[in-house]
Design a protein around this ligand. Structure first.
Ligand code: TMP
Length: 239
């Protein structure tokens, strides 16, 4: 399958049409941004790692009954996916306090929750992706009540699957962001990516951050951390 015209360029990926109107090709870049694009940089090799990691994790989720947009990997940065219309909500699941949760509520990072939380942000760069509740999302016609229930059910199931998988790799899944889309027939599937850009992943033994927080917070060793987490994933998959 070949790339036809580019139909979208985001902060970390480009999206191309294909000969099949139901399929797209996503191409992962090494570009990194943070704080709604205010901070810009490059993480060498990130595109290759995020492509492979996201595909491996989506395969795992499919095997466990969660529908995703993943079709097949066709290059080290390129993947065929099902065409969806993205539900403009960032779905954030948290197991441990960190990031904006810790800041908003004035807690330290690292507090383990008794049960996971879910929250939504309205995907809107001009507004800075504000936090939104389910009623407001329905009022704005971003999704129906039924779609939001489906999304929450999938989000918690994905958390259970990924938490267990990462634990087997010696990695603690702190929190992560998901995006869902609608297939042409309206079916809700997991879309976008699951990668160190979109998850907080801490080495279980040392607490070392193995994710994009190294870039966001200028912690150094960014590329090494991406390589390290990819190695853990491959070991966990027995590759
Ligand atoms: P937060 O604590 O900054 O709200 O981030 C929660 C999770 O969502 C974290 O794993 C990083 C991820 N995330 C994204 O994938 N994209 C974003 O734009 C932001 C702000 C966070």
């Amino acid at each position: 399958m070949e790339k036809k015209q580019q139909i979208y360029e985001g902060k970390a990926k480009k999206v191309y049409a294909t000969d099949d109107p139901a399929l797209l090709i996503v191409s992962y870049k090494d570009d990194a941004t943070a704080f709604n694009g205010l901070k810009k940089g490059t993480i060498v090799g990130k595109g290759v790692i995020n492509n492979r990691m996201s595909n491996a994790l989506m395969c795992l989720l499919e095997q466990r009954g969660v529908p995703t947009h993943y079709v097949r990997e066709i290059g080290e940065r390129d993947t065929v996916v099902k065409k969806v219309t993205i539900v403009p909500l960032e779905v954030i699941v948290r197991n441990i306090s960190a990031g904006s949760f810790a800041k908003r509520y004035g807690t330290e990072e690292g507090i383990v929750f008794d049960s996971p939380t879910v929250e939504f942000s309205y995907k809107n760069d001009a507004l800075g992706d504000p936090l939104i509740n389910a009623y407001h999302a329905v009022a704005l016609k971003l999704a129906t009540r039924e779609e939001i229930e489906t999304i929450k059910t999938y989000a918690f199931r994905i958390n259970e699957i990924l938490k267990e998988f990462w634990l087997s790799c010696g990695v603690t899944l702190v929190d992560f962001k998901l995006e869902f889309g609608r297939l042409l027939d309206g079916t809700i599937v997991l879309a976008d990516e699951i990668s160190p850009d979109t998850c907080r992943l801490w080495d279980t033994a040392t607490g070392k951050k193995l994710d994009k927080d190294r870039f966001r917070r200028d912690l150094g060793g960014v590329e090494d951390a991406y390589q390290e987490i990819m190695g853990r994933l491959e070991a966990g998959l027995g590759r």
